[in-house]
Design a protein around this ligand. Structure first.
Ligand SMILES: Nc1ncnc2c1ncn2[C@@H]1O[C@H](COP(=O)(O)OP(=O)(O)OP(=O)(O)O)[C@@H](O)[C@H]1O
Length: 262
């Protein structure tokens, strides 16, 4: 269990005033859960992810993973960002195997594991290519494979598909669901897109800025239905999907929320 209690982060702004980036957030992420955080720019989504990743300390509260307090980055958490962080001079397979190299896994074993993961994300034929030969969507797939290489307990994804065109984005959503289903990994995923949040999440938290708080929570089953039926279109056309989309749009477009696209 990943347990977040009373998580609070306060920054000192450039004018010396305090910025309440995160204010008393409680959240549980169980094994196998797909938790999505949605909200306007500045509502604390990345701050929350960065505290789970151990990149940023809490000002107050606690985050524990399987009972252990998080006090820094660790191999038990794999992170994928919007901008890929692949090494341009290394082959795709070596990029995927990077974390395993740091962990001291012998070359043959780490290449074998990396090859398996490239298969999982549909890039088996690109093992010896270099990042510049791949499209944006393909590079994000490498990022997912790399994040999975050390067998983390949770995948943390900060708007991983935000820079992709809409068609690629939809393909990536479907690929991610297949990775989630096949590996059983729990995922914490940040997005600005209501559609993406509703399609992917088993749980959705809607956040609001200044101070960064959770203002609504939903338990969802669209992604489980997609796993069973493979019918993306049916889900997007479901009246329940449309009703929730409108409800969340209302929340996001209330006074404090601007700049959100569906
Ligand atoms: N290092 C920092 N120093 C000062 N203020 C910060 C720092 N990092 C974030 N903030 C502020 O904290 C608030 C939350 O930022 P955060 O990046 O978590 O929001 P976000 O929801 O991820 O936004 P976006 O969707 O634009 O990425 C914002 O007001 C931001 O300006």
């Amino acid at each position: 269990m990943l347990r977040i209690r009373n998580a609070t982060v306060t920054f000192e702004g450039h004018d010396g005033r305090q910025v309440h980036a995160l204010d008393r957030v409680d959240l549980d992420i169980e094994e196998g859960a797909f938790v999505v955080a949605l909200g306007a720019s500045g509502c604390g989504k990345s701050t929350l992810l960065n505290t789970i990743a151990g990149f940023l300390p809490l000002s107050d509260g606690s985050i524990t993973l399987n009972g252990r307090e998080i006090d820094g980055p660790g191999a038990d958490r794999g992170v994928v960002f919007q901008k890929d962080t692949l090494l341009p001079w290394a082959s795709i397979i070596d990029n995927v195997a990077l974390g395993l190299r740091f962990a001291g896994i012998p070359k043959r074993a780490r290449r074998e594991r990396a090859r398996e993961l490239l298969g999982l994300v549909g890039l088996a034929d690109f093992a010896e290519s270099h990042p510049h030969e791949l499209s944006g969507g393909m590079r994000q797939r490498v990022g997912i494979a790399r994040a999975l290489a050390t067998e983390p307990d949770i995948l943390l994804m900060d708007e991983p598909f935000g820079a992709l065109d809409s068609l690629t984005r939809e393909q990536m959503q479907e690929l991610l669901v297949s990775v989630w289903h096949r590996t059983g990994k729990r995922i914490f995923f940040i997005t600005h897109s209501i559609e993406e949040a509703l399609f992917l999440g088993t749980r959705l938290i809607v956040m609001s800025p200044r101070p960064g708080r959770v203002v609504a929570r939903y338990e969802l089953d669209f992604v489980k239905r997609y796993v069973e039926t493979g019918d993306v279109r049916g889900i997007h056309l479901d009246p329940a999907f449309a009703a929730l989309r409108e409800e969340i749009r209302q929340i996001l477009h209330s006074d404090h929320h601007q700049g959100i696209a569906a």
